[in-house]
Design a protein around this ligand. Structure first.
Ligand code: DX5
Ligand code: ZN
Length: 231
C-alpha cells in the first residue's frame, strides 16, 4: 500500500494509565485533544496476571465522554461477557482469540447488541488463528506487548507481524482497522504506521509524561506521519 492509500490514522488513549483521581478530566482532555476513541482495558486476573476495571467505570466513561469507547477484554470466557460490554455502551468490543473456542459466535453476539466487534492476538499467537475471522470483524488488534500492564516496551519483532497483518486485511477486509497496543510512543509509532497499522492505543505516552495530554497526542500524530511537532 502506498502512503497516499494509507487508511486514516486513529489514536486512542488507554484510560487505564490516567490518574483515577482526575478521571473526568482525563476524558475531557482526550476529547479536547481530538483523540479518536477512548481505549478501556478490562483484565480479569486469569487471562492476564492483573485485575483492572469493569462495568461501573465503563458506565462513568460512557457518560463522561462523547468519544466512542473501545473496550479491550483481556479476560477468559468472552462468550459470557463480551455481549454485556456491548449492551452497556461500548462502541467496540475487542476480545482475545486465545480466550474462546467460538470467536465467530462471540463476534456475532457483540454486533447483535449494536457494537463493532474486534479480535486481539497476543505476541505468541499466529495471524493464522484469526485469518478466517477477518471478514466478520471491524478491528484486528495485534498486541505489541504481552498484555497485563501498561508501560512496557514494544517487542520489535511485532512490526513484521503488523506488516503481514496489513497484507491479510487488504486482501480479505480492507475496511477492518489494524490496531496496535503496547509500547506505542513517539519513537515507535512511525515504524508501526509504516508497517500498516492505522489505529494506535497509547497509555503511558499519553498520560504519564510531564507534557499535557493534547501535546502528547499531537506528538504521536506528528511522529506517525514524520512531521516535527516542535516539542
Ligand atoms: C496492556 C493494555 C494496554 C496498555 C497500554 O495490557 O492492553 O492498553 O495499557 O499501555 P502502554 O501504552 O503504556 O503500553
Ligand atoms: Zn489494551
Amino acid at each position: 500500500m502506498s502512503a497516499s492509500e494509507h487508511p486514516p490514522l486513529a489514536i486512542g488513549p488507554s484510560i487505564l494509565s490516567a490518574d483515577f483521581l482526575r478521571f473526568g478530566e482525563a476524558l475531557r482532555q482526550s476529547e479536547d485533544a481530538k483523540a479518536n476513541y477512548i481505549h478501556f482495558d478490562v483484565m480479569d486476573g486469569h487471562f492476564v496476571p492483573n485485575i483492572s476495571i469493569g462495568f461501573p467505570l465503563l458506565d462513568a466513561t460512557v457518560r463522561g465522554t462523547s468519544l466512542p469507547v473501545d473496550v479491550h477484554l483481556m479476560i477468559d470466557n468472552p462468550d459470557r461477557w463480551a455481549p454485556e460490554f456491548a449492551a452497556q455502551g461500548a462502541a467496540q468490543v475487542t476480545f482475545h482469540a486465545e480466550a474462546t473456542y467460538n470467536a465467530h459466535r462471540v463476534a456475532a453476539s457483540i454486533v447483535e447488541r449494536g457494537a463493532a466487534a474486534g479480535i486481539a492476538i497476543n505476541p505468541a499467537t499466529s495471524l493464522a488463528m484469526v485469518q478466517e475471522m477477518l471478514p466478520f470483524i471491524s478491528n484486528l488488534l495485534v498486541m505489541t506487548i504481552n498484555p497485563g500492564f501498561g508501560g512496557q516496551e514494544l517487542i520489535p519483532e511485532m512490526v513484521g507481524k503488523v506488516r503481514r497483518a496489513r497484507q491479510l486485511i487488504d486482501a480479505l477486509n480492507p475496511a477492518c482497522a489494524l490496531q496496535v497496543d503496547g509500547g506505542v510512543a513517539p519513537d515507535t509509532i512511525a515504524m508501526l504506521f509504516a508497517a500498516g497499522a492505522n489505529s494506535f492505543v497509547a497509555g503511558s505516552s499519553v498520560f504519564n509524561d510531564e507534557r499535557d495530554v493534547a501535546a502528547n497526542i499531537r506528538a504521536l500524530r506528528d511522529a506517525a506521519i514524520g512531521r516535527n511537532s516542535g516539542g
